[in-house]
Write a protein that binds this ligand. Structure first.
Ligand code: EPZ
Length: 421
């Protein structure tokens, strides 16, 4: 298993290109199952999760060609041989559940392994299933699989999500495009990845209104065609790298960054004393003056503060002036980075869904362990500003969601290298 070695090296200066969004690509790729015509995704990120989704779609009989070094994905589902998503692949990546809605909508049946939980929580899929049942699906949970049938096709329905769910909204949205009649999704997720999916589906011939709001209306059509669609910029990679100059000092321009992707995250950066300037190429980030100020953070569905940036924000607040309180309201176990940051000298108290961070002057390098995707990059951010040397182990977590971290940070003056393990 690889590790990453970081030596604190003062301010960062330069440019970081932001890739296409992992969490958009993971829902755009299964959309190929809705049509027998080619779907081409450009600006695709080069990540292990994308390779896992490629493997899953391949196991169903879809063709996925990775072109231009992985930045273009040419997908085709004109020869789907199987509607069974096997546990061996699904267990590696929970987003695999996103093939359920498209398979059911196009073929009238599907057999998808239930994804297990993961380090950050139980990650149930009950809302995915309830939404599809509302559209007339007959679901049987047996042997760890969802056996889904809709022999006469899905029917339009009104479904009110009791909890905002990104994945369940995506599954229902894709399924509704081929359902007979009109579907209204209420309390739908509003994330930019949902908007991007709707735009791609519309290019394929779907009739969708309201994406980005809490109510999405879909008029089912008989079939969808092919399309070419650029994957939206990754707002979580963007927010992550915005925190690098915030933690280290200096000035970094995030190429492709857009304020409207960030919601409450930007307001919190401003409150903490960080300047974000829109440029022709993206966003330029630096400290307004001197030390970072402590701020309180509550994670919420978009446009609230993203749970996927909570760990990274905590790394920043470890050396802020004052005490910050972070409340994690989306997942039940998403503070595993806290004890690792404490090994670097941070002063953090975790009680249930709340973490209290007492700012210290400086963190010190130490051997630490990545526990999940966003925790791993939080440790790297902390290490960039720490005194001395940090080794982050188990960075396979990191490679799921961040391409070429060492390269992107080294280009701005960071002392960071991968140790093959
Ligand atoms: C997506 O996960 C993202 N993953 C997550 O990013 C992100 O943290 C999350 O949305 C929230 O923004 C992908 O897009 C691949 P949810 P998802 O359904 O769809 C509960 C990362 O780091 N819930 O919005 O699984 C659930 O337990 C990953 O890139 C149910 O109760 O998240 C959670 O408490 C981590 N029943 C809340 O809803 C369900 O059927 C939000 O989950 C579904 C979800």
């Amino acid at each position: 298993m690889d590790s990453i070695l970081v030596r604190g090296n003062g301010p960062l200066n330069g440019q970081i290109p932001i890739a296409g969004a992992k969490n958009a690509c993971l829902t755009l790729m299964p959309a190929t199952l809705l049509t027998d015509e080619p779907l081409t995704l450009t600006n695709a990120p080069r990540l292990s999760d994308i390779r896992t989704m490629t493997q899953l779609l391949g196991s169903l009989g879809a063709e996925v060609a990775s072109l231009q070094g992985g930045q273009v994905l040419a997908l085709s589902s004109h020869q789907i041989a199987s509607q069974k998503a096997d546990y061996e692949i699904v267990r590696k990546m929970r987003a695999s559940i996103l093939v359920l809605g498209p398979l059911l909508a196009r073929f009238g049946h599907a057999e998808v392994s239930l994804p297990g939980g993961c380090a950050i929580g139980a990650r149930p899929v009950d809302l995915h299933l309830k939404a599809l049942e509302a559209m007339g699906a007959d679901l049987d949970l047996r042997d760890g699989y969802v056996h889904a049938k809709a022999p006469g096709g899905l029917k339009g329905a009104v479904f009110d999500f009791p909890v905002v769910s990104v994945g369940a909204t995506e599954n229902a949205l894709m399924a509704a495009t081929l359902a007979k009649g009109t579907t209204v999704l209420k309390n739908a997720a509003r994330e930019p990845e949902i908007v991007d999916l709707a735009r791609c589906l519309r290019r394929m011939g779907a009739q969708i209104e309201g994406e980005g709001t809490s109510t999405i209306t879909i008029q089912g059509v008989d079939r969808l065609g092919g399309a070419t669609h650029p994957v939206v910029t990754d707002r979580i990679e963007l927010g992550t790298y915005m925190l690098a100059p915030a933690i280290c000092g200096g000035e970094v321009e995030l190429l492709g960054g857009r304020i409207e992707l960030l919601g409450a995250f930007c307001e919190k950066l401003d409150e903490a004393g960080i300047s974000v300037e829109e440029t022709a190429a993206g966003l330029k980030v630096s400290r307004k003056n001197g030390r970072i100020r402590a701020v309180d953070v509550v994670t919420e569905p978009f446009p609230g503060f993203p749970t996927d940036l909570q760990a990274q924000m905590m790394a920043l607040l470890c050396t802020a002036e004052g005490t910050s309180i972070l409340e994690e309201k989306i997942f039940e176990n998403r503070f595993m980075h806290a004890p690792e940051l404490s090994r670097m000298g941070a002063r953090i108290e975790v009680h249930g869904g709340h973490a209290t961070v007492h700012g210290v002057d400086k963190l010190r390098g130490a051997p630490v362990m990545a526990t999940d995707l966003r925790a791993s990059v939080s440790l790297i951010l902390a290490a960039l500003a720490a005194e001395g040397e940090t080794v982050v182990s188990r960075v396979y977590h990191l490679d799921r969601g961040y391409e070429r971290v060492e390269e992107k940070l080294s280009a701005c003056g960071a002392l960071i290298e991968r140790i093959e393990g």
